[in-house]
Design a protein around this ligand. Sequence first.
Ligand code: RB5
Length: 151
Amino acid sequence: MNITIGSDHGAVQLKEEVKMVLQEFEDVKVTDVGTFGTDSVDYPDIAEKVCADVVSGKADRGIVLCGTGIGISIAANKIHGIRCALCNDVYSAKKSREHNNANVLAMGGRVLGFGPAGEIVRAWMTTEFAGGRHERRVNKIMALEQKQDQK
Ligand code: RB5
């Protein structure tokens, strides 16, 4: 599985920690689109880079990080084809895969420590979409994009 990851300056350390956790998965290849230092950057730019890889198919899934995870998740969800879930607990991470088929995970570098973030990533990486009635609902989510375009 190919994963593209990115963060703003508020989550550079968490990004490195998440990359360490992703190394536990033998078949996972990680692309890091930055940022790589503490200089301030704008999280929508990072969301755009990560999500471009997901939408194009270069990445199977993405992980986006900022100080809270809020701004970058909002930005990611503006991009057609993206279902970004901001998860600060394991239960939400599992459900975001099972119920929402989330293709991008967002977390907050100023919210989560290494331990909890690692558990969230492991849960999110290993939980499959349940389909069934959830597929109908996810299809309706995606149809909202088309409805907006037609206005
Ligand atoms: C950057 O200071 C901060 O606003 C950003 O990382 C994030 O928390 C926004 O939602």
